[in-house]
Design a protein around this ligand. Sequence first.
Ligand SMILES: Nc1ncnc2c1ncn2[C@@H]1O[C@H](COP(=O)(O)OP(=O)(O)OP(=O)(O)O)[C@@H](O)[C@H]1O
Ligand SMILES: [Mg+2]
Length: 485
Amino acid sequence: MQEILIGGQKGTQVIMDAAMGNRHGMISGATGTGKTVTLQTMAEAFSKIGVPVFLADIKGDLSGIALAAQPNDKVNERIQQIGITGFQPRGNPSVFWDIFAKTGHPVRTTISDMGPLLLGNLLELNDTQSGVLYTCFKIADDNGMLLLDLKDLRAMLTWMGDNAKELQAEYGNVASASLGAIQRQLLVLEEQGADQFFGEPALKLADFCKTDFSGNGVISVLDATVLTTKSPKLYATFLLWLLSELFENLPEVGNADRPKLVLFFDEAHLLFDQAPKALTDKIEQIVRLIRSKGVGVYFISQSPLDIPEDILGQLGLKIQHALRAFTPKDQQVVKSVAENFRNNPAINTVEAIQELKTGEALVSILNKDGSPTPVERIFIRPPESQLGPVSTQQREEIIGRSPFKGQYEQVVDRESAYEMLKNKALHEANEQEAERDDKPKASRSSQNRQSVSEVLLKSAARTLGSTVGRQIIRGLLGSLLGGRR
Ligand SMILES: Nc1ncnc2c1ncn2[C@@H]1O[C@H](COP(=O)(O)OP(=O)(O)OP(=O)(O)O)[C@@H](O)[C@H]1O
Ligand SMILES: [Mg+2]
């Protein structure tokens, strides 16, 4: 068994079997109670046994995971308390990523890949507007046409507006008001810097699933400091996209002694904030099914009640840091959280939750048979890596020796919908000019009018680089299916 020591106290240690790592988990607690440090400890424990890790650094205090800890008296005391042997300060193999390309490698995907469901949610569209966005994707998908960046999507929407009449028969009504609303929302998104997220080269999922030469799992750290303040919705959308991509692309795995990959989703409430029920239902479904692909998802949030009940019910590992209960509503939350644990007669869960010190937690893991263990009160193992951030210079050094250096930095703007539609417009203008000079030819071409998709298909086929050349099929959350890359 591959062991993950979570923590302990007075002769009891809580050790998780890594084979249960794909049973998902939750780290919760009020602000400043130790969630991030617990996340760091768990992440490095997975890395150490060869499991790649993805995590988001919300406050900029997690990058130290790449460097060795400088133990102090407090840490040493804790090592004694828990009975840890062989504590070895060490940095973990880490790769830094940043959607804004400032503090790490840029992470990108394409509009086509994200799909209309997630994009509609990101743009906060209403039902009618979403309908128009679906039509937009349908036209592109039917014709095997890729929308790579925001400019492609804009061009496509403009083209739909100009051709609304012709589109009516095949695709139904395309209201110009809805097109306008979507375009306005795209502007908002651009102002938040989201245009940098859409385009190529798109992230290769395999780059989040690496181990280093010594067999340690590489930890992919997404800098989410600016992202979560500037565009929390884009942050949530990125995580959901990542989840659905992994789900659609990873193969099923049988019972393994450890997960293939674990994801830590901090500020997890953002994933579900104002998400329509259709989306939440699908997220729940993916979280349930992704286990069989060997992926473990760990949610971090102030209260477990931030997470939909259906997901809460699936979680194998629960680490609960202190909660404060000042108001009757707080007290109700504490009570509900306590009830979510399997009772341990030695512990008054409701009281304990409120008494826990920083870095102390109530923990439940899974037994071999999958049932939850009774709740234990323990000190969380201190990380062997540094608490707090790396310096700017250290960060640059780490980025400088990254295996992905130079692979993502340069944007590639290959021919896609924007260029295709622009060429098409040019082509039409030329034809109109020719028409004026050459009447009979014009009447011939208007006789056999082609359907919209025929025209698009032909123009798409002419620009092979930007097409998949066949109908695009979408997965559960609407991302692209099948080995496009
Ligand atoms: N397991 C631990 N061992 C040693 N020190 C710890 C541990 N957990 C927390 N601490 C100390 O407590 C501080 C606050 O913890 P942490 O940043 O993890 O809280 P948090 O719950 O993530 O807070 P926030 O909600 O504000 O992000 C840390 O900077 C560290 O000094
Ligand atoms: Mg934190």
